[in-house]
Design a protein. Sequence first.
Length: 330
Amino acid sequence: MIDAGATARLVSRAAEFLREGELVAFPTETVYGLGADASNPQAVAKIFAAKGRPPDHPLIVHLPESSYLAQWAIDIPEAAKQLAAEFWPGPLTLILKRNTGVPDAVTGGQDTVGLRVPDHPLALALLREFKGGIAAPSANRFGHLSPTTAAHVASELGGAVAMILDGGACKVGIESTIVDLSRGTPRILRPGMIETAHIARVIGDVHDSAINQSEVVPRVSGSLDAHYAPRTPMQMVPADELFPAVFAAIADGKRLAVLASISAPESLDELVWRTASSSSTDFARALYAELHALDALSCDLILVQQPPETSPWLAVSDRLRRAVAGSGRI
Ligand code: TXA
Ligand code: MG
């Protein structure tokens, strides 16, 4: 167990690295972030180099608390203040009109900026110590699975960062819900564990365009098909088609791994069969860690049982669809 003094020293060293223009990976409640001083374009450029991410993809700026909003955004609508009051610190990103002085490197040259206050004690300690905005995408190489442990970050980006703050496994497990409040009716750009219905209860009308990303005007890199993806080819199968798909793959001579909430047929007790939770929040928390672990087995195929088509599962289904679309390409 690391004592409080040791943690404070690590946090203070991490803030120093950020001030020096270095990259620091840190835990949030959603996934680990690859952080840089958001006001320093040279530091932000290092994020894109480390991730291999196209330079026009905007980054989320993480803030210590909502009172920092006005430094980064202008024309902040009442709805943004209501959402911040309800959900921050928490897994919600607000897209607002950018303030002057927000580097183009952060916004991808757009007139908007993504902002959020994360709900993780180490992230908040770092932000308070740094006293500024930390630009941070998920700490994975572009298109790969997002990291939910410090070990995931170390294996992908260990060489590129000055420091990794280890805050254990992320408790939400998938990326924040993104709401665009910069124009017209608020719009969900990326589904997350904060559901559209909850957002609508706070601010009223909300467009749920996350389902049809091709119509979304601002660039959201999560909207690319090949995203959040394992190297192993992956397929999603409805529960009642799972056993036939498993037997067909085995008959094909494929080495197979399965992630499903139903249990394995008894005849196949030596198969890699990971039992997934039937609770959407538990499933989300474990999702990337399961996919990282299954991917590391280097099987020929990962079969995942399709989750229910209900709103608590929307974000999980979204990430699974993208993982399937991008799988097997690397
Ligand atoms: O939970 C999260 O949001 C995590 C943690 C680290 O905070 N971060 C994360 O960052 O998922 P990233 O870069 O992997 O995804 C951020 C998404 C991207 O799809 C990006 O295009 C979108 O946010 N985004 C950022 N700024 C935007 C803007 N101004 N307009 C539209 N989309 C924006
Ligand atoms: Mg990402």
